[in-house]
Design a protein around this ligand. Structure first.
Ligand code: NAP
Length: 286
């Protein structure tokens, strides 16, 4: 079946950074009209000069004409932004966000704006800000929506249609399930990557280890060296789920440590064999 025709939509994007800028690039390319709002005027001017948006301002009131708003600020600014934005929108406007933690944020955002649909694109990179924005960042990547039972179905459909135009694979989850899942596959790896790096940089063999580090170490440590502000917000806003994931990880590490301490090489190999067998299906979803 051919994809449904694209209905040009007036879209507001608050926070013209990596995610907001990348969304603006792709949605603009699909023929939508984009209103950008960012904290700094220099960012707004750059977005206009680079034709990433059609209109740009530091003032949330400029979003009065739009049909859908994506809030792409750091997590800590999502609710304050929505609180201020609500006074300027028409009642039919749909608001969504891209924050990497959903939990109580979705409930509070829905109290501020009943047509709020929580969202989280599962794509990113280490760099931050508008200069890091990239076309097709969301293509063939998961994009999760976390509507509540009270969320109007037509609001979810409107956001769903835009996400499908990004080429993303759509998932629907409740906010708490989302937070527990991303704690495992996104927030835990950031903390593990950072602690792996610290293990090396605080070791007496730091210099030689660094000289010998190659692609395997780069792969395993990559997400630990990302945007520290984002990592802090993951821990702060997803604390219970991240603590549960860390405790689960520590129990796995304890099992493996014990097998090595016991010189039980069969147990070590079985553990690694299970990981070797499970990984392809886990990472490809096949
Ligand atoms: P980012 O590159 O730092 O961009 C955020 C932008 O928001 C900044 O460039 C800043 O722009 C603007 N901003 C900050 N406070 C603002 C405010 N109060 N009002 C308006 N604009 C404001 O961060 P990001 O990586 O795009 O992350 C944005 C959101 O996406 C976060 O909620 C994060 O959880 C989520 N997310 C991130 C990733 C990832 O891998 N990075 C993946 C999925 C979801 P100026 O100061 O330049 O104006």
């Amino acid at each position: 079946m051919p994809p449904p025709p694209i209905i040009p939509t007036r879209i507001g994007i608050v926070g013209l950074g990596l995610i907001g800028g990348s969304l603006a690039l792709d949605l603009c390319a699909q023929g939508h009209e984009i209103w950008g709002v960012s904290r700094r005027d220099t960012t707004c001017q750059r977005a206009l000069q680079q034709s990433i948006v059609h209109h740009a301002s530091t003032n949330l009131a400029s979003l009065a004409p739009v049909d859908v708003v994506f809030i792409c600020t750091p997590i800590s600014a999502i609710l304050p932004t929505l609180s201020e934005l609500a006074a300027h929108l028409t009642p039919t406007t749909v608001v969504t966000d891209v924050g990497s933690v959903k939990g109580s944020l979705v409930t509070q955002a829905t109290e501020l704006w009943p047509r709020f649909v929580g969202g989280h694109p599962m794509s990113g990179k280490a760099e931050a800000g508008l200069t890091a924005a990239t076309p097709h960042l969301f293509q063939q990547r998961p994009y999760v929506l976390t509507p509540l039972p009270s969320t109007p179905a037509d609001a979810v459909e409107q956001v769903t249609a835009l996400i499908r135009q990004l080429g993303s694979t759509l998932y629907i989850a409740n906010p708490d399930d989302h937070d527990q899942a991303v704690a495992l596959i996104s927030h835990l790896p950031v903390m593990l990557g950072a602690s792996l790096l610290h293990t090396c940089t605080t070791s007496p063999q730091q210099t030689l280890a660094q000289q010998l580090a190659s692609s395997g170490f780069k792969d395993t440590s990559r997400v630990g060296g990302g945007n520290p502000e984002l990592g802090r917000l993951m821990a702060q806003y997803n604390q219970p789920a991240l603590l549960a994931a860390l405790a689960h990880y520590q129990s796995q590490l304890t099992q493996l440590t014990q097998a090595i301490a016991d010189s039980d090489w069969n147990r070590v190999e079985s553990y690694l064999t299970a990981a070797h067998q499970d990984r392809p299906a886990f990472v490809t979803g096949a």
